[in-house]
Design a protein around this ligand. Structure first.
Ligand code: HEM
Length: 473
């Protein structure tokens, strides 16, 4: 009979350290854990553990089993009858049957037919943004894209008839998300100074609720055009329509999920193109051949293979959504670990997209790799995967595939020499942490990469010497 002694079992892939290392610098912490342990690891402090999965196989287990692995997006739900609780009652924080039902009801607003109706808003806001761009001037592309997405998301979500009100609410949601992030972090690191701002959050949530509530009232009588809120208001199933609390929550959380993720994807894509002139040349030829200078139609946007490969590669190498969290609802085996109920589990798009066994030379920006690559949905997951996959993915792709070509047909973007470009994961998103300064010139089909400084060099290979160093390592 085979006898197994406990001391013969391989040690569990656990790093003993400080749990605060994770929120302090999620990418550095996850990279270290993955390098040390491979596809599954735990960070442990005084018996408390946070678990991590880093490859397609375990991404699949965690993301496809939404019964065992629940989503827990907001750290601060507020008390039962608070505005904070109602505002956080959207898809991102729902689970089980409630999540399934609401996802079905919200989905209509994100199907191809509905998305087509948002094209005029995308076009209008693109034109308004570009009207301010002057050749020969420098611009902060990150700021431009954030402002553009604030306005566009407000219009798509709340309608075009009252853009000022929609925009004001959009800004308020943005501020509310920031407060949630800061306070969530405060709770994580037990900082009394930060968690003392709890009452500020609750007050702000109440004010935001009033504003969104007024807009919902208006929408009950007049539609603002093809907007998400009007469509959710019309949605019904056999159990009735979306209740008032969930309506608030859906509006707030869809806004929160949409605007910065798409803004950062736009900014990173424009930056990466500018740093890779060899990619810009075929893109320029494709845009000239297919678009004749104007804003693309839906059909034209879908027939730009070079653009598509560039966007895919940009979202692989610098994924705006870099990780997400789940929480177990029952004990479960995860790799070598027997997880208890209520264990926190992290999966990471960034780490998965940078695994050399999936993507050779992973830090290199190589759109041409997509000519032959067809990874599984759990190996390439900028929009997540499984039953909670992003419902706004097709809309985000449409925005990227129309806005980037419109900008690049008109303007040549060149990084300002020796400007800083840095990124950090803030509230699960890989966000630029300083302005992305670019010089704007009329598009003339000549392109040049300029040297930049900053931690961007730790995320993506930008120069030949970096490439040589990474290959040698
Ligand atoms: C490039 C832009 C975007 C990226 C990278 C992105 C990424 C993601 C990811 C990774 C998830 C899954 C999170 C998880 O599994 O924990 C997600 C969920 C979600 N996204 Fe997006 N997203 C983007 C744009 C949008 C847009 C434009 C909208 C809506 C207008 C949107 C609405 C949502 C919603 C409502 C969910 C929750 C789905 C659910 O829980 O069932 N996202 N997104």
């Amino acid at each position: 009979m085979l006898r197994v002694h406990h001391d013969e079992l391989p040690p569990l892939p656990v790093t003993h350290g400080n749990l605060l290392d994770f929120p302090a610098d999620p990418l550095a912490c996850m990279r270290k854990l993955q390098q040390q342990h491979g596809s599954v690891a735990a960070l442990s402090q005084d018996g408390a553990k946070l678990y991590f999965v880093f490859g397609p196989e375990l991404n699949h287990q965690v993301l496809s089993d939404s019964q065992t692995f629940h989503s827990r997006f907001f750290a601060i739900r507020g008390s039962k009858n608070s505005a904070q609780r109602r505002l956080t009652s959207g898809l991102l924080s729902m689970n089980g049957e409630e999540h399934k039902r609401h996802r079905r009801m919200v989905m209509d607003a994100f199907l191809k037919k509905a998305i087509q109706g948002y094209l005029p808003a995308i076009r209008l806001h693109t034109e308004q943004m570009l009207a301010d761009w002057q050749s020969g001037k420098e611009r902060d592309i990150s700021r431009d894209m954030t402002e553009f997405m604030l306005r566009l998301t407000s219009s798509i979500l709340f309608g075009m008839d009252n853009p000022d009100l929609a925009y004001r609410i959009g800004r308020m949601i943005d501020h509310w998300v920031h407060l949630n992030h800061e306070l969530g972090m405060g709770a994580f690191i037990s900082s009394p100074e930060i968690s003392g701002r709890y009452s500020e959050l609750l007050e702000f949530a109440a004010e935001l609720e009033t504003q969104i509530g007024e807009l919902i009232q208006q929408r009950r009588t007049t539609t603002g055009g093809p907007d998400v809120l009007s469509m959710i208001l019309q949605a019904h199933d056999e159990q009735g329509s979306v209740g008032p609390d969930q309506l608030l929550g859906q509006a707030a959380l869809i806004f929160a999920a949409a605007h910065l993720t798409t803004a950062h994807s736009l900014a990173w894509t424009l930056f990466l193109i500018a740093q890779h002139p060899s990619q810009m040349a075929p893109l320029h030829a494709e845009l000239r051949a297919n678009l004749s200078g104007g804003f693309p139609t839906l059909e034209a946007a879908e027939r730009l293979p070079v653009m598509e490969r560039i966007i895919k590669e940009s979202m692989r190498v610098l994924p705006a959504s870099s990780y997400s969290q789940r929480i177990t609802t029952q004990p479960v085996q995860l790799g070598p670990f027997q997880l208890p109920c209520a264990a926190g589990v992290i999966f990471s798009q960034f780490i998965t997209h940078h695994l050399p066994e999936l993507y050779p030379d992973p830090e290199a920006f190589q759109p041409e790799r997509w000519e032959s690559l067809n990874p599984s949905p759990y190996a390439y997951l900028p929009f997540g995967a499984g039953p909670r996959m992003c419902i706004g993915g097709p809309l985000a792709m449409l925005i990227l595939k129309t806005v980037v070509p419109t900008i690049l047909q008109r303007f040549k973007l060149t990084s300002v020499p020796y400007s800083e470009v840095s990124g950090k994961v803030i509230s699960t998103m890989l966000s630029p942490t300083c302005p992305i300064q670019m010089r704007i010139d009329p598009q003339d089909g000549t392109f040049e990469a300029k040297p930049v400084v900053g931690n961007i060099h730790t995320l993506v290979t930008l120069t030949e010497s970096e490439r040589r160093m990474r290959r040698a390592a």
